[in-house]
Write a protein that binds this ligand. Structure first.
Ligand code: SF4
Ligand code: SF4
Ligand code: FES
Length: 366
């Protein structure tokens, strides 16, 4: 019996076995070879739109996008050489001709967009004549998402994310030629379109053409560096991971959340996704109605600040009084999905062990 030789390619001089159906980009990543990308997202069907990931394949006249080219037996591929470098420099310089400079971008984005960082990394010339932007935006009355078409490079990552991950298709590529842009059907506001305001399109946009309005509305000045803090969303029981961008020095040293991002796809269980609450409903942190100190209602009928000892004793006395007069099941304990799992566990323990009732609930039902 003749042995079947496994399909292989030669990548940068090394022979590599092919896994069925994988693209050159996936194969390179498996081998630890990094190829820059802008329109690629592992969650989405590859589009080959940005031309950043081009590689050279022996015998092919043109450079080929590694994100859409499936590896085939016998290919000889180079991921980097002088020709690819020249192509990438020119491409980035072209992108930047009608793209705002990092300082002109949304002020809360302090380190420039992915496209800026990539242009710097590949040494793209930054002295090319600038063109006036052809596409200009219009104000959308939704409270959360801002779109600046002059920054958009039409990579369609947002459109594909909205359709393939969110399964909503609220936005699409509209118009033709140099006027092509991102829009909703009938040019409706995102509030009237099928948009769920998940903000995922902001996370995937490599140019910051899509940004958060809330972050823009916060008072200046923006510090040079925002601290990024990984935390768990406490709105429901799913427990999505999120990255808070925090301005440490604001609010008399208590810090201020500037915006909420989803960690990159593939790194946490929520796979780069958040819902509208997790992403945008963080103003409660600083809301003036938020209770930050223990209070008890005194004889004048008003709430007064007090010590924890007095507040807990007053609550215990009141609860025991109800139990004595009406029995344990006259009591009910409602906790919050904003609490941690441990806090909710303690609340049900208190209800069952200390007061003898199973009447306990919180909206995430964890
Ligand atoms: S916010 Fe979410 S649903 Fe709305 S357009 Fe963006 S990705 Fe689609
Ligand atoms: S808005 Fe951003 S993600 Fe969408 S097409 Fe433009 S550059 Fe790409
Ligand atoms: S990442 Fe391959 S063409 Fe955009």
């Amino acid at each position: 019996m003749t042995e079947v030789k496994p399909a292989t390619i030669v990548l940068d001089g090394q022979e590599v076995a092919i896994e069925e159906g994988e693209t050159l980009l996936e194969l390179a990543a498996r081998r630890g070879v990094e190829i820059p990308t802008l329109c690629h997202d592992p969650r989405l069907v590859p589009a080959g739109a940005c031309r950043t990931c081009l590689v050279e394949i022996e015998g092919w006249r043109r450079l080929a996008p590694s994100c859409t080219t499936v590896a085939a037996d016998g290919m000889v591929v180079r991921s980097a050489n002088e020709r690819i470098e020249r192509h990438r420099k020119t491409l980035m310089a072209l992108y930047l001709t009608d793209h705002p400079a990092p300082g002109e971008i949304a002020p809360h984005i302090v380190d420039g967009s992915e496209v800026h960082r990539m242009a710097v990394e590949c040494g793209a010339p930054d002295d090319w004549p600038r063109m006036a932007p052809i596409r200009v935006g219009r104000e959308d009355h939704n409270a959360f998402i801002q779109f600046e078409p002059e920054r958009c490079i039409l990579c369609a990552r947002c459109v594909r994310y909205c359709a393939e991950v969110e399964a909503v298709s609220a936005i699409t590529l509209a118009d033709r030629g140099s006027r092509t842009t991102i829009a909703t059907a009938d040019d409706l506001s995102l509030m009237e379109a099928s948009c769920e305001l998940c903000g995922g399109c902001i996370d995937v946009c490599p140019t910051d053409a899509l940004t958060e309005k809330l972050a823009l509305a916060l008072p200046a000045p923006i510090p040079d560096k925002l601290e990024r803090v990984r935390t768990t969303c406490n709105y429901c029981g799913v427990g999505c991971q999120m990255d808070l961008e925090v301005e440490r020095e604001a609010n008399e040293g208590r810090g201020r959340v500037r915006r909420v991002l989803s960690p990159p796809a593939g790194t946490t269980t929520n796979d780069g996704n958040l819902c509208v609450k997790g992403r945008f409903a963080y103003q409660f942190i600083e809301h003036e109605d938020r209770l930050t100190k223990p209070m008890v209602r005194r004889e004048d009928g008003l709430l007064h600040e007090t010590s924890w000892a007095e507040a807990l004793e007053t609550a215990a006395r009141g609860l025991l009084g109800v139990k004595a007069r009406h029995g344990s099941d006259a009591l009910g304990f409602v906790s919050s999905s904003r609490c941690t799992g441990e806090e909710n566990y303690l609340m049900q323990k208190l209800a069952r062990a200390a007061f003898g009732t199973n009447n306990c609930h919180q909206c995430a039902a964890t």
